[in-house]
Design a protein around this ligand. Structure first.
Ligand SMILES: CC(C)(COP(=O)(O)OP(=O)(O)OC[C@H]1O[C@@H](n2cnc3c(N)ncnc32)[C@H](O)[C@@H]1OP(=O)(O)O)[C@@H](O)C(=O)NCCC(=O)NCCS
Length: 226
């Protein structure tokens, strides 16, 4: 059994409304009856020529069920945005939950993959110009930023440094609120990143890191959903 919070939201939260049906018909006409996009807030999607957005199963664009009451309707109504430039791609696995205010900004030819049963909580931002991969059963908290590029070019001793490098977040990683993950980083399976951390180097599996720049605070740790 995977340790997951999002494999099966309560059935009362799985009755698709008009928004889910319209989005599913618009973006997934060949399998719309399976309601691949289950949405309880507006989702803005822009696909350039030859950009690909695919869902394997069903993805929940919704505020966490237990938080809907705690947040105002306006907050829960914040839209998410998926912008994919020419030949870029986004693939999201079954049972993943994407909270309001999440933004995917995927550049030309870049590739973003999010696994199954993962949580991308409110206001996460994922910026890709190369490749970002997020595993299964991850908890990516409020306001986390993941970017595989600096967006600007650094020149050292007259030589242009590489501005992008892939980011890999392996399965069952928990990234605390407002953390930032920078280019070229691999975060190993079962690891934890503390709130507000800036991750600039690889994190070995089963490790807790925190701070700016992120440093080990515990080793051989595990975590699980509440
Ligand atoms: C990373 C975290 C899980 C570690 O918890 P912990 O194991 O109880 O941490 P400890 O209290 O043992 O802290 C160990 C050291 O790391 C420091 N530390 C812990 N979290 C830190 C953080 N986020 N940033 C900087 N330093 C941190 C502590 O100050 C302590 O330093 P010291 O030894 O100099 O006193 C926790 O601090 C955290 O950041 N949680 C994220 C919560 C969150 O964002 N939840 C969102 C829900 S998805």
């Amino acid at each position: 059994m995977p340790d997951s919070r999002w494999g099966m939201p309560p059935i009362s939260h799985q009755i698709p409304g008009l928004r889910s049906i319209i989005n599913s018909i618009r973006w997934f006409p060949r399998k719309f009856w399976k309601v691949p996009m289950f949405c309880n807030y507006p989702v803005k999607i822009h696909l350039d020529k030859e950009a690909v957005f695919s869902i394997d199963g069903r993805v929940f664009f919704m505020a966490l069920p237990e938080m809907v009451e705690a947040y105002s309707a306006k907050m829960a109504g914040c839209r998410s945005a998926i912008i994919i430039r020419e030949k870029g791609s986004l693939t999201v696995g079954d049972g993943t939950l994407i909270g309001p205010g999440v933004r995917f900004n995927i550049g030309q030819g870049a590739e973003v993959r999010v696994g199954s049963r993962t949580l991308l909580n409110e206001n996460c931002n994922i910026y890709s110009r190369e490749k970002v991969s997020i595993g299964d059963d991850c908890a990516i908290s409020w306001g986390v930023k993941i970017m595989d590029t600096d967006f600007h070019v650094l020149v050292r001793d007259g030589k242009r440094l590489p501005e992008s490098a892939p980011v890999v977040i392996e399965d069952h990683v928990w990234i605390g609120s407002d953390a930032t993950v920078l280019k070229g980083v691999r975060i190993g399976k079962n690891s934890v990143v503390g709130a507000g951390a800036v991750v600039t180097h690889d994190v070995p599996p089963g490790t807790v890191v925190a701070g700016n720049p992120a440093r080990f605070i515990h080793q051989e740790m595990s975590w699980h959903w509440m």
